[in-house]
Design a protein. Sequence first.
Length: 318
Amino acid sequence: VVSLAAVSASPALTVSGLGKSYGDVRAVDDLSFYVEPGEVFALLGPNGAGKSTTVEILEGHRSRDAGTVEVLGHDPGTAPSGFRDRIGIVLQEVGVERELTVREALVHYGACYSRRRPVDEVLELVGLDGLGDRRTHRLSGGQKRRIDLALGIIGDPDLLFLDEPTTGFDPSARRQAWEMVDGLRSLGTTIVLTSHYMDEVQALADRVLVIANGRAVAAGTPDELRDSMDRETAIRARFPIDSEGTVAGLLEGLAGSATVRDGRLDVRTEDPTADLHRLTEWALERGVALDDLEVVRPTLEDVYLDLVGGDPGEGTDG
């Protein structure tokens, strides 16, 4: 179910009936949603879904054909110059003058804002502390991406747009970036995130909007979207082959459907708590060891693929 009603009297961002066409192509079609102050809001969709067009309209960089948009109390299409002073943008690739040092780049970009974070604080937030005097062309790909993040937050924005923020990061750098996002949220920064990493969205987003063909197809918290999915939870375990003969009674007592083959049990159930209890109780009573026991619930990626099909990583524009 796509929920569009704002629960706050003053959302940070409100979109109602947004529309945008390119010739005969309707890139955004009657799109409505809101973003609460201080939340991380993820916008998901396949290539060509309308994500980039929507975000560009929100940033004030593209006009719209229909609908109303209010960002931080202003229509971004007609907002005063001070409006952009309150917004930070992290594009997929920013590009910094290669001969500048990291510190010089931040000072240069920071001069565009009336309110600035201390450069050393920003360097620490994005994991570039100790590299402030290094020329940007001598940085690795992941370190250059951290500069992009730094440029997005140097102006201490009220609203931050993050477009695929951790592309090119190793696992450690991704985790550090997530911690940065959590830290900004705790300080009250509102964040609009696009990412093809479903684990990233699951970890960071307070709410998610999935769009396809320019329209909203689902909205809610990551857990709400997973719970709404018509797919059973899987319980899997491995046990000694010689125990298979005693399994018949267990299978009859399970709420879900179960199969046993070559010492492997696979249960598909809508009541995983009850069936997991029955399974472990059965094993304890008979002294049967359950190896590789796992409970596999539908993931956010499963939800996404069911809603729009395709690969979460296919393209990032549109």
